[in-house]
Design a protein around this ligand. Structure first.
Ligand SMILES: Cc1cc2nc3c(=O)[nH]c(=O)nc-3n(C[C@H](O)[C@H](O)[C@H](O)COP(=O)(O)OP(=O)(O)OC[C@H]3O[C@@H](n4cnc5c(N)ncnc54)[C@H](O)[C@@H]3O)c2cc1C
Length: 314
């Protein structure tokens, strides 16, 4: 059976790899290839942000946590498992995703930043997308997969090439399958160096404005913003200043770094992730899109469920 995967972000590549490993013949088509996808802009740390529903997201996130930790053993994947802290100014409830993360505990006084009274401390994978996506592409090709850069305008066009299609087009699914429930959640980040801290730090409070610091091997991502419905890809210098000010709030005083890059991406927002099969006149499509701010966090769990929906290779 030949399977056609649409999309070369983290969702399409993870699905493609699992399908090839299951013995399917797989080709991938994408309008944009790395480094020009939303997945390239991701911070990226394992953290289930703006993805629903919680019950399904918990299963996908837990499975992905384990796979990313295994992949961290391969230096070329660009993954490091790092301890970090989510900061709060009031006692927080236990996070709903706590069952995914072994070893989550209350932060100690030494781990908290000035102005914060509480925190969770946990280890999570940090994924350097400029290294991870090429790693996934190489793995996909090594397993016999073929990648072609081409826009696909309809499912009928895709079914002209294969009876089974995996739709991993992210925000592109809005036009491809007419899904009006998809919306952009615009995010801006700054890439800085040298990394000013060893562990990640977040403050996800909507009232204060989100702030996160994600140290990588040679640089660090500072974020962020989350603007529903804004589809502009033009970096806003005022937003960059505001990100720096918010991150200074959670960084050690006097932290020194230089801004190297300012990037914008559009998270594929949706009331719920769409991971399901649709059948039409003898053709099949497995939809796998709408992962919001957690596409990397859910990638392997979703890829394995999509592969199970395709069924065994003949
Ligand atoms: C600033 C920012 C920070 C983030 N941080 C994190 C984080 O720390 N952790 C995390 O888990 N997530 C994070 N995310 C979210 C994450 O980036 C997304 O959820 C994820 O990248 C979605 O991946 P995807 O493969 O589904 O879509 P995409 O990466 O958007 O890929 C879609 C693919 O489909 C292709 N395509 C679209 N339409 C068509 C078409 N008609 N025909 C052919 N190809 C098509 C595109 O060209 C592309 O190749 C962040 C996002 C942003 C913007």
């Amino acid at each position: 059976m030949r399977v056609l995967v649409l999309g070369c972000g983290v969702s399409g590549l993870s699905c493609g790899i699992r399908l090839l490993e299951a013995g399917h013949a797989v080709e991938l088509r994408a309008r944009e290839l790395p480094p020009h996808t939303t997945s390239d802009v991701a911070a990226a740390v394992w953290y289930p942000y703006r993805a629903f529903p919680q019950e399904r997201v918990t299963g996908w996130a837990r499975r992905t946590f384990d796979v990313l930790c295994e992949l961290a053993a391969h230096p070329e994947a660009g993954i490091q498992v790092v301890r970090g802290v989510e900061l709060f100014t009031e006692p927080p409830p236990e996070p709903w995703w706590a069952p995914c993360v072994p070893g989550l505990r209350a932060a100690t006084a030494e781990e908290l930043m000035p102005g914060y009274s509480h925190g969770y401390s946990f280890e999570a994978p940090i994924i350097e997308m400029p290294r991870y996506l090429p790693f996934l592409m190489a793995r996909f090709r090594e397993l016999g997969g073929r990648i072609l850069q081409r826009e696909v305008r309809s499912l009928d066009e895709a079914w002209g090439e294969a009876a089974v299609v995996i739709n991993c087009t992210g925000l592109g699914a809005r036009a491809l399958v007419g899904d009006d429930s998809l919306f952009p959640i615009r995010g801006e980040v700054l890439r800085v160096a040298p990394p000013p801290v060893e562990g990640f730090l977040f403050d996800e409070s909507e009232e204060r404005g989100i702030a996160y610091v994600i140290p990588r091997s040679t640089d660090c991502i500072l974020g962020g913003t989350a603007e529903d419905g804004n589809a502009s890809l033009v970096p806003d210098p005022a937003k960059a200043e505001a990100i720096l000010a918010r991150c200074r709030r959670i960084l050690p005083r006097g932290a020194h770094f230089q801004v190297l890059e300012h990037k914008v991406g559009l998270r594929p927002g949706r009331p719920t992730v769409r991971l399901e099969e649709e059948r039409r006149e003898g053709h099949r499509v497995i939809h796998n899109y709408g992962h919001g701010g957690a596409g990397i966090t859910l990638s392997w769990g979703c890829a394995e469920e999509a592969t199970a929906l395709v069924g065994p290779a003949r």
